[in-house]
Design a protein around this ligand. Structure first.
Ligand SMILES: Cc1cc2nc3c(=O)[nH]c(=O)nc-3n(C[C@H](O)[C@H](O)[C@H](O)COP(=O)(O)OP(=O)(O)OC[C@H]3O[C@@H](n4cnc5c(N)ncnc54)[C@H](O)[C@@H]3O)c2cc1C
Length: 436
């Protein structure tokens, strides 16, 4: 089915919700699309037991007049139209202005045992718990890096899990510097204090690195490297997250310029959050990991700008700078230690979809050859997991070619599509008289 809007917002997380609301407040016909059936994005993912937090409910309630396309994963792009698929059939969304608020995903790094049942990402286990997966009474170890570990542990505890400990790879000195600077962002300080309160009684260890998961059929123990030596901790579940990676696939497919200064590329924008393409704006984590407040400010800026109110967008610039300064603090103080990147051994699986070990992707002359010979990155996730991991590993793995595997899928469709949907899209393109 085809739909036509003035401003189409992709992603219904905090950034996309703010963008849709801002654009609609200017009288534009706005569409909001998300792969998830409910709005909220990652941080405001609906919790079956506890519902959504008050700011999420307010943001969603503010969408009056916005056309909602939930459960629609966008997989193809053409001039002025995005194509997605959902349960009731393919959808073609025509836009005049586009706001990309596609968010971020977790960075997963391979280590021995990371593919054992019971080992998940930190946000992944948080999402499972919110969606009703039973964690009550389970002993969970949370490890990796960044504030998401605290948020995930708090959700798991709320759902009855016994959180045996949170193991942060960053050292005590870095964490102390982080805490000392927090008062510049009072809301963040309050959020951190609230999380610590919810996690009272849960041990939090800095300079503590997960090195292996052990078990036969499922994880039974996790091995942690600490300043005092190696420790083995019994557990039923292990949740490991190493930070976040911006989702830039759709921007790349559209032809937007990416900023590749960091290990993981993000969408390049100007001060008005315009991408390199006229009429395409971007906001939130896709511009670099910035956190909830930053996503909301940028979403509002992009929504106003897309609807033509450049003054309202410009008025938010100072708040954006302040929020982005917090993002920079996070990036510096939770930077991954080099030892994180050498956890995988030669036989550790790096591509879970295609069962490819690290040794198999070494020594190829270019990413194409590595993909063709090993199928690394060609499975269901289309390199979203292993591509980002290999980018990180390359930093201290001179054996890997400099351009090992693209971090994201670049070929359309972005997600596996039903043949019926593809056929429908081809028909749609033929009708439009486009030539691809
Ligand atoms: C797994 C995970 C858990 C997190 N949990 C917390 C937490 O508990 N607390 C916290 O403070 N921060 C958390 N964060 C960080 C938080 O997501 C960000 O700070 C902030 O919410 C980002 O907002 P956003 O709108 O930029 O992106 P997101 O909230 O990530 O929203 C992006 C949306 O875009 C949609 N999307 C992307 N591509 C497509 C496509 N092709 N087609 C259709 N839809 C698409 C996604 O489905 C998603 O809903 C988490 C991040 C992740 C990855």
């Amino acid at each position: 089915m085809a739909h036509d809007v003035d401003v189409l917002v992709v992603g219904a997380g905090p950034a996309g919700l703010a963008a849709a609301q801002a654009a609609a407040s200017q009288g534009a016909r706005v569409g909001l699309v998300d792969a998830q059936p409910r709005a909220g994005g990652q941080v405001w993912r609906h919790d079956l037991r506890f519902g959504a937090p008050a700011p999420a409910r307010r943001s969603i309630a503010g969408l009056a007049g916005v056309e909602w396309f939930g459960g629609c994963e966008l997989a193809l792009a053409n001039d002025g139209v995005l194509l997605g698929d959902r349960a009731d059939g393919p959808v073609a969304l025509h836009w005049r202005k586009l706001v990309l608020a596609a968010g971020a995903r977790e960075l997963l790094l391979p280590f021995p045992g990371w593919t054992l049942p019971g080992v998940t990402s930190a946000g992944g286990l948080q999402a499972l718990a919110k969606q009703g997966w039973p964690v009550a009474g389970k002993r969970v170890v949370v490890a990796g890096s960044g504030p998401l570990l605290l948020a995930a542990a708090a959700t798991l505890k709320r759902h009855g899990a016994v959180v045996a400990g949170i193991h942060e790879q960053a050292g005590a000195a870095a964490l102390n510097r982080f805490v000392a600077r927090l008062p510049r962002w009072p809301a963040k300080l309050a959020q951190a204090a609230a999380l610590r309160l919810r996690l009272l009684g849960v041990p939090y260890r800095s300079g503590s690195l997960v090195v292996a998961a052990h078990g036969d059929e499922a994880v039974r123990e996790v091995e942690i490297d600490t300043a005092r030596g190696r420790e083995r901790i019994p557990c039923d579940l292990l949740a490991v997250g190493w930070g976040l990676v911006p989702n830039v696939e759709l921007a790349r497919l559209l032809g937007c310029r990416l900023d590749a200064a960091d290990t993981h590329p993000c969408v390049a924008v100007d001060d008005a959050l315009r991408t390199s393409l006229p009429d395409v704006y971007a906001a939130g984590e896709a511009l670099g990991i910035g956190g909830l407040d930053c996503a909301r400010i940028e979403g509002a800026m992009a929504g106003y700008a897309a609807a033509g109110n450049t003054a309202a967008a410009a008025a938010l610039r100072a708040r954006r700078r302040h929020a982005r300064a917090f993002a920079e603090l996070l990036r510096r103080q939770f930077a991954l230690r080099p030892s994180v990147r050498s956890l995988a051994s030669a036989d550790t699986i790096v591509c879970r979809c295609e069962d490819v070990p690290l040794s198999a992707v070494r020594g190829h002359v270019d990413p194409r050859q590595a993909r063709l010979v090993t199928r690394c990155g060609m499975g269901a996730c289309q390199g979203r997991v292993c591509g980002a991991a290999l980018r990180e590993l390359r930093l201290n793995e001179p054996g890997l070619p400099a351009t090992t595997l693209s971090p994201v899928a670049t070929r359309p469709p972005l997600f596996p599509l039903r043949l019926a949907a593809l056929a429908d899209f081809s028909f749609h393109e033929a009708e439009q008289g486009t030539d691809r």
